[in-house]
Design a protein around this ligand. Structure first.
Ligand code: WTA
Length: 651
């Protein structure tokens, strides 16, 4: 079993007995009505994936489906295609030309609708604008933007000319942006004057300027004018988006990309302090997100699909942009927060736009529960027919609440498990055929071989262990940008010959998978991955701090909250003022998502005789639980002192 003990919530989860069979009318109309796909995929995986890839538009067909030399996979070798062509051009031939591609809602209430034709023209123009700035195939372009249509346009424009985008979540700090720009050696940054969040202005350009003080690779900055925010324009380097677009042609030839050419880099947290640039390529990724959007969300021509994730995370890449657009779907995009101006903002949007498929995160669902069922009740949500969740384990109570109060008791709920690294959903129900158990992501999708193994890597037929993936899948990561050793080490060394997800899981007697969260030092705060080391490095960066240990503890809303144990340098005083300063320091280094919920000052940290900090014990303290086995500690007394101090501070 993972060294991290399952919490009591997870024990409860494993006793879950309720089941939900797909409603008859849903099953009758479902895209996937029976289980034959599972058997086909298992019998002939290459032929299975090739058939799906064939539903995309290729300039040149591949000659080999898969070349696998562990840990390096190549999919659809020899094939050429373009991701933006697959999301746009191919829909212009028929009635989709005038269908809404993006319906965007700004936080202050403004709204824009772009048809496929509109989006095509904007993407082509911006692709030409990028070419005008000298951006060429293979160049890296950093994107730091609010949730506005230009974000999707910028990504698709990069894809059109073969530039590699690296989207950095707009909530990250200037320093986090700087590190990511430097790691990718991006030449261009695309940002905006600002964005709106809870009625406040997010000063993106201001933060970008701060980052740009240490990014010698950047030659040009493109700034979208979102509002009337005052910004500094650096002559020669900065360009307004609308000025660059002025007079450029609305036709730009899509670059024929090799299937294995890079599409994007996306940074995510790993077990060390340094974020990893996860690399995704073109043919396999597009095949994977196209197929899973179609199967899991049971997409129909008339659906209005809303994935609430920010595009700065992988969920937004795969299920706001590439997956739904490759399917010709109507996508909703919302700029702001779910409780602005009031706690029914999401439900107001669902009603107004007639959203039919809604995909969000457990942390949001727990917040909706806390706010109360009266908020969704104010709106007619009958357009909804399917609900989804992603990002962390969902507790059965939240699942049932979601099904009842948002889904009106009649929508299937798909709990989808995947990662930045997997690129596409891998474990999920198929809503027309899978019997659901609240809290379980159910089974691997067709073509995916996920298994639970024990410490020795042996298959666990029933019971708990580590989640591994045994066969390559099309949208899998192709590596960590610039660091092949770390790629092998991180994912392919724990169990020989298989990909280690870093997650614990349990397989029940029906073969259903129950995901238990991370077993390593990566926390999942409100559905976002943050490593304990990242936060520790940020703390130790502060001049008063000698040493820090960070753990995630259970939290009602966020799933996990960050608790930090800090030792200050000799002669420095530790008080609540310093605690506040340290929290702000972490925000400055990483962003608000990493802000510690609490900081406890301590003279010593619990360490093993070899000097390893025992975070497991700190987690017990932070959760107010009985402290586990302390026999390997160099000085067991440290724990007793810490526990007492923690209780005093809390009490
Ligand atoms: C967790 C988000 C349980 C898991 C797409 C994984 C989940 C990490 C689920 C990836 C789920 C994601 N049930 N846990 N349905 N979905 N996770 O890279 O620990 O931001 O390894 O990708 O989130 O987070 P990432």
């Amino acid at each position: 079993m993972p060294d991290r003990k399952p919490s009591s919530a997870i024990d409860a989860l494993l006793e879950e007995q309720r089941v939900y069979v797909p409603p008859n009318d849903f099953r009758d109309k479902a895209t996937i009505k029976d289980e034959t796909m599972y058997a086909q995929a298992a019998a002939e995986p290459d032929a299975f994936w090739a058939k799906i890839a064939g539903e995309l538009d290729w300039f040149v067909k591949w000659n080999r489906v898969l070349e696998w030399r562990e840990p390096d996979a190549k999919w659809f070798v020899g094939g050429k295609l373009n991701a933006s062509y697959n999301c746009l051009d191919r829909h212009l031939r028929g009635p989709r030309k005038n269908k809404a591609a993006l319906i965007w809602v700004g936080e202050p209430g403004d709204r824009r609708t772009l048809t496929y034709w509109d989006l095509y023209r904007e993407v082509n123009k911006f692709a030409n604008a990028l070419r005008k700035l000298g951006v060429a195939k293979g160049d890296r372009v950093a994107i730091y933007m609010p949730m506005i249509p230009e974000l999707a346009i910028a990504m698709l424009a990069c894809a059109r000319i073969g530039a590699v985008h690296s989207v950095v979540f707009g909530g990250f700090s200037a320093e986090a942006l700087r590190d990511r720009i430097n790691d990718a050696q991006a030449n261009v940054l695309i940002t905006a004057d600002g964005g709106y969040r809870r009625g406040q202005i997010v000063p993106l350009k201001h933060d970008a300027d701060e980052a740009l003080k240490g990014t010698p690779s950047i030659h040009h900055v493109v700034v979208v004018k979102r509002g009337s925010f005052s910004v500094h324009i650096h002559e020669g380097r900065d360009h307004w988006w609308h000025e660059l677009m002025d007079g450029v042609s609305d036709h730009c030839w899509p670059e024929p990309m090799e299937s294995e050419d890079m599409l994007y880099i996306l940074y995510t947290s790993g077990t060390t302090g340094k974020p990893k640039g996860i690399v995704h390529t073109t043919g396999g990724y597009m095949t994977g997100v196209y197929a899973t959007t179609k199967w899991v969300f049971d997409l129909k021509e008339e659906d209005v699909f809303w994935c609430t994730a920010d595009i700065g995370w992988v969920t937004g890449h795969s299920y706001v942009v590439y997956g739904p657009l490759a399917n010709g779907a109507t996508v909703v995009m919302y700029e702001g927060s779910p409780d602005w101006p009031d706690k029914d903002r999401f439900w107001q949007i669902v009603e107004e736009l007639g959203v039919s498929v809604f995909y969000t995160a457990p942390t949001a669902i727990r917040a909706f529960m806390k706010w109360g069922a009266e908020w969704p009740k104010k709106h007619k949500l009958t357009s909804l027919r399917l609900l989804g969740t992603v990002g962390e384990p969902i507790n059965p109570e939240a699942w049932v609440w979601y099904q009842e109060h948002i889904g009106g008791g009649s929508c299937p709920v798909v709990d989808t498990w995947w990662q930045t690294e997997t690129g596409m959903i891998l474990i999920s129900p198929l809503p027309g055929i899978t019997t659901l158990k609240p809290g379980s992501a159910t089974k691997p999708l067709p073509g995916i071989s996920a298994e639970v193994v024990n410490e020795q890597g042996e298959r666990v037929p029933v019971g708990g262990g580590y989640l591994v993936l045994k066969r390559p899948w099309p949208a899998m990561l192709r590596g960590i940008y610039g660091d092949p050793d770390r790629y092998r080490q991180q994912y392919w060394s724990r169990f020989p010959g298989v990909y280690f997800t870093g997650d614990g899981a349990k397989r029940d007697k029906d073969g259903y998978l129950w995901l238990l969260g991370r077993v390593d030092d990566v926390m999942n705060v409100a559905g976002h991955r943050i490593s304990t080391m990242e936060v520790e490095s940020a703390l130790v960066d502060h001049p008063t701090v000698a040493e820090a240990a960070v753990v995630g503890r259970n939290h009602d809303l966020k799933g996990t909250a960050i608790a930090a144990f800090v030792t200050v340098k000799e002669g420095k005083s530790s008080d609540s003022e310093l605690a506040e300063q340290l929290k702000e320091h972490v925000v400055k280094k990483i962003g608000k998502i990493a802000r510690p919920e609490e900081i406890l000052f301590t003279a010593d940290l619990p360490k093993t005789r070899s000097g390893k900090i025992m975070r497991r014990l700190l987690r017990d303290i932070a959760e107010g639980k009985a402290v586990g086995d302390t026999t390997t500690l160099a000085d067991p007394a440290v724990i007793a002192r810490l526990k007492q101090k923690y209780e005093e501070q809390e009490g």
